[in-house]
Structure formats: C-alpha cells, structure tokens
Design a protein around this ligand. Structure first.
Ligand code: NA7
Length: 546
C-alpha cells in the first residue's frame, strides 16, 4: 500500500487507557466477544458502546411490530448449555423487547456490564505500527490503546434517512425506524406517511394502521412477503427445545444459513405444477423464512424462482381486495429472495383497511417534503408524522463512519473506495490486529445472525489464543489472500440469483454513490466455516503472523 496519508494520531499515549483488546459494540457480537477474551483468555478488555444499554440492533430498532424473522429456538447464544437451560422464549419469533431482555439477562449472568463503557461512540481508530497498538478515540474525548481491536458494530446499524428536500421544514414529527424513541410514538388520531416497503415497513404497517387515523405507505419497489404465522410457544415446544438444544444447535451448523431447517433436495423445475403448488401452499401455511427452502433450485434458477414468485404474486392479488392496489403491490421486479425476503403478520391484509392507502412512488417519485406532507410528482399527501422505514447503510456503513486508519495512516475509506476488500470478511490487509465480526465478505446477513456471530467470535478467540501461545503479536491479512477472497465472494454471489435484485442493500444500491458490490458471502455458512477452519489449521494461511 503506497498511498500514504499520514494523519496525526488523535491519541496521546500518555493518557490512554491501555488494554489488551478493545471491542466496539455491545450487541450479540460484542457481548460474546467480550466474554471470550476476558473469561476464556484472561485478557484486559473493554467494550465501548454508543447506547446506554446492551442490545445493538435490538436496542435501537424499537419501532412498532419489531420482531426477529429467525425462530426463537435458533435465535440465541448456544455457547453455554446453562444459559440455554435458563432462558425460555415465549413466541415462535421473538419480539424486540423480549430479545433485549434476553441480551440483558445474558450480560448480567456473565457479569459483562462492568467491562462495558456505555454512552461512548468510537470516532477514530488509528494503528500505531511502531508500538503495534490501536489508538482509539471516542466522542467523549477519551483515548484507549489496545493490541487487538474488534469491531462488533452490526451490519444494519447506520440508519439511512434519504436526503429528500424540505425535510427540515416539515412541521410534523418524523422518525427513522432504526432510531425509534424509547417511550414510543402515539399515532392516535394522526395521519401517518411511511416511506419504504422493506422488512421493517412490512412489520410496522399493520401495527401503525391499527392505531393511526390514516396510514399512507409510499412504495418504491414492490416486495414479496410470506406470512410469519407467529404464535405463543406451547409448553410442549418449550420442553422440546430444552431437551434437544444440542441437536438443534448441531443442525444450525449444518445448514446453508444457520437455520434449523434444510433446503429441500427437490427441484422446482422437475416438479409437476400441481405438486409444486401443493408444496408452496404448505410452505405458505407453515409460514416463515422456510418458504425459500421449498425447492433446491429456487435461488439459482430463474425458471424455478419464477414459480415461487408467481405463487406469491397470486397470493397478494387474492388477499388485497382493491385491484389497483393489488396490482401495485404485486408488480415485483426481482427474483424472490434476491432481496432480503420479509415475513409478515397481516401486511397485505392491512391494505384492505379503510384507513390505509398505497402510493406508487416508482410511477410518481417523491419530489419533496413540504411543511405539511409528502409531495410526489403528481400529488401532495398531507401527514402529521413521517416514518422513514428506509433501511440502513448496510455492512460497510457502520465501519466507515469511524475514522479507521491502518499502516501509514491509510484510511479504510480509501481502501474500500470501490467496495469492501478483505480476507474472509475478518481482516483487511494493512490493518493488523483488527478483526471485523460479521464484516462484509462473510455470510453474516444471509444467515441467522447469532450462528454467524458465534462462528466469527470463536474463530477470532482461537486465533488470539494461538498467537499468545506462540508468543506472536501481530496478524495481518496478506494482499494476495484478499484478492482471492474478493473473487470468491463475487463468484459465490454470481452462482445465485442474488445479484439480480439490482436495487438491494446487499449490493449497496440503496445508498446514493455507494459502490455496487455484492457484500455478504453467499457460499453458505457450512462452506464458510470449513474454509475458516482450514485456514486456521494450516497455520493461518493467507495471514502474516509475527
Ligand atoms: P430495507 O430492506 O433497505 O428497505 C428500505 C425501504 O425503503 C425499501 O422499500 C426502499 O425502496 C425504501 N426507500 C429507501 N429510500 C427511499 C426513498 N428515497 N424513497 C422511497 N423509498 C425509499 O430496510 P429495512 O429496514 O426494511 O430492512 C433492513 C433489514 O433489517 C432487513 O432486510 C432485515 O435483514 C432486517 P427500494 O427497495 O430501495 O426501492
């Protein structure tokens, strides 16, 4: 790397808190990483967290209807059989408040909070090559110095509020779903405009509509959704989970995306249409993300995918009574599950309510926000509250909003100018001893997150353990390993239909100016885990250790 931009070190080594390791973030990833480094390796370690509590995504996303799309019996930590015995979920899909209680329960059980500094956002992290330490600065003006720096900043934590002219003049209230007020928003008697139709909006719309005077949904890209069929868990199911926790865990390690269901071995294209219809109908009735596992070829063959897409579009048209609304909702332009597939509770049914309307902003784009509403190129919609369900600057956003600089002061922003480039989604060449949990280039968002997180944290912990045992102090991805991994990530994506959803956040397409690079690793968690294990077993192949 020759592009030298030497920035002055923010930190003054004299007054910095010295640590073996620093973890950024206290969500699922940060909590577990803190535990591993402190209790298993005995390092001096701290986690810095911008919020005033643990939870990460589940701390911030308190919007109405916020709920996980993974089923509760796979959405938890599995590193502690005792924790699995002590915790009991109440519903098929855990709601935001329950997940937050769970993460607090886990943090308290392992006494993690004493080593988390809350209300502290990392603004800069600069690598000091001479000392082989990361110099970290926070928005509270504090300095930290650590040998290892581990980001646990989440993939969907940088809210995207689109730059729509006039927002500053809006006389009503507006909120982004990912920065929701802790005491909630009272929609009673209000006209609400919600922008977006991703997973978030699809969860929020039915709940907001039940309270608001009127809800107007502004749809740019029509989206698929399959019923979640959330239910309270029966005592029998809870018992089943307790008795089979180890088997369920083992199953999540054998599946493509860390779920407890396998993808069917049957191809849609080989299945007679009547039989196929029956399979889709059963999957629709069962509900949930498992719908996409109905056929083996659904994510790799356009022809197969069309059969799923047609099925869901027909469902939308059969649910939504107004034919014009149904036509706009079902006018979907990408393969099913090529964008993150939402699951819902009465989303399409919501459009049958008298107090809900849909605006097609693909046909007539939003022009501006006025003092009193949202104006498209052909009409003005008066609203009292605007809800931005407009997603996130995903995956790279949370990393790039910190001023991270590696060797010779080179900024991560420059290295990733044309898209993320790293090795295994874990390390960037030129940034020694920096690990990125669920970073771009790893399976992350294509998986059930806790499973992906535990795999990464275990790998990082083992790596640091190995280094200490061998008296090694520095690990750095080799540029040629990065080159190869970037190709692997790209090829894995192109073996699927995923890149065909050209406006998806997987590709960075939702953020103006962001490079269009397919970011998560689509080769599956099983293959990825094997690659990571082999790399470690072969002496951390592709890394330089010294
Ligand atoms: P998503 O999935 O990124 O959805 C954002 C939605 O907002 C999507 O429908 C966008 O339309 C829409 N959007 C974004 N900007 C605009 C503007 N300027 N005008 C109109 N519409 C806009 O975010 P979510 O929060 O729903 O979900 C994120 C992930 O969280 C989800 O995938 C799960 O993994 C959990 P577009 O499609 O870009 O046309």
């Amino acid at each position: 790397m020759t592009n030298v931009v030497t920035a002055p070190h923010h930190t003054d080594a004299g007054n910095a808190t010295e640590l073996d390791a620093l973890v950024i973030g206290a969500g699922f990833a940060g909590l577990y990483q803190l535990l591993c480094l402190r209790d298993r390796l005995g390092l001096s370690v701290k986690a810095l967290e911008a919020a005033d509590g643990v939870g990460g995504t589940w701390y911030w996303n308190r919007y109405p209807g916020a709920r996980c799309d993974s089923e509760s019996h796979v959405y938890w930590y599995t590193f502690s059989p005792e924790l699995m015995r002590e915790w009991e979920w109440s519903e098929r899909y855990p709601g935001q408040a329950e997940i937050l209680r769970y993460l607090n329960f886990a943090a308290d059980k392992f006494d993690l909070k004493r080593d988390i500094q809350f209300n502290t956002r990392v603004t800069a992290a600069h690598y000091d090559a001479a000392a082989n330490r990361w110099r970290v600065r926070t928005d509270t003006g504090e300095n930290f110095s650590a040998r290892f720096l581990i980001t646990a900043v989440g993939c969907l934590s940088t809210a995207n509020v689109p730059n729509i002219p006039g927002l500053q003049d809006f006389k009503g209230d507006w909120y982004h779903t990912g920065q929701w007020p802790h005491d909630g928003v009272d929609f009673t008697g209000k006209r609400v405009g919600m922008i977006g139709t991703g997973s978030t909006a699809i969860q929020a719309a039915p709940v907001i509509a039940a309270q608001a005077k009127h809800l107007t949904v502004f749809q740019r890209t029509a989206n698929y959704s399959v019923p979640a069929r959330n239910v309270p868990l029966t005592p029998e199911f809870k018992q089943y989970v307790k008795q089979n926790a180890a088997e369920i865990r083992a199953l999540t390690h054998q599946t493509y995306n860390g779920m407890a269901f396998k993808v069917s071995e049957v191809k849609a294209v080989d299945t007679p249409s009547e039989e196929r219809e029956k399979i889709y109908e059963q999957a629709w009735e069962r509900g949930g993300l498992q719908f996409r596992a109905s056929f083996q070829d659904m994510l790799v063959s356009q022809e197969a995918n069309n059969t799923a897409a047609d099925f869901i579009k027909r469902k939308i048209r059969s649910i939504v009574k107004d034919p014009e609304t149904a036509a706009i909702l079902s006018d979907i332009d990408h393969p099913y599950a090529a964008k993150r597939p939402p699951i819902d509770t009465d989303y399409f049914e919501t459009f049958n309510r008298a107090n809900v309307s849909l605006v097609n902003v693909k046909a007539a784009p939003i022009e501006c926000i006025s003092e009193t509403g949202i104006r498209t190129t052909d009409a003005e919609y008066p609203v009292d509250i605007i809800v931005f369900a407009t997603g996130f600057d995903a995956m790279t956003g949370p990393l790039l909003r910190m001023d991270i600089r590696g060797r010779d002061g080179v900024a991560l922003k420059e290295v990733w100018e044309e898209g993320p480039r790293n090795y295994l989604g874990l390390q960037v060449a030129g940034f020694p001893n920096l690990f990125t949990i669920t970073g771009p280039g790893s399976p992350s968002v294509l998986c059930n997150m806790p499973v992906a997180i535990e795999q990464h944290v275990d790998w990082i912990t083992d790596c640091i353990r190995h280094m200490r045992a061998q008296g090694l102090e520095r690990i750095e991805a080799r540029p040629e390993a990065v080159e190869k991994w970037v190709v692997e990530v790209n090829e894995a994506a192109h073996r699927t239909l995923l890149p065909r959803a050209t406006h998806s956040w997987y590709l960075g397409a939702n953020i103006p100016g962001k490079p269009r690079v397919f970011m998560p690793y689509a080769g599956g968690l099983v293959r990825y885990r094997e690659i990571c294990q082999t790399v470690a077993a072969e002496g951390y192949e592709g890394f330089t250790l010294s």
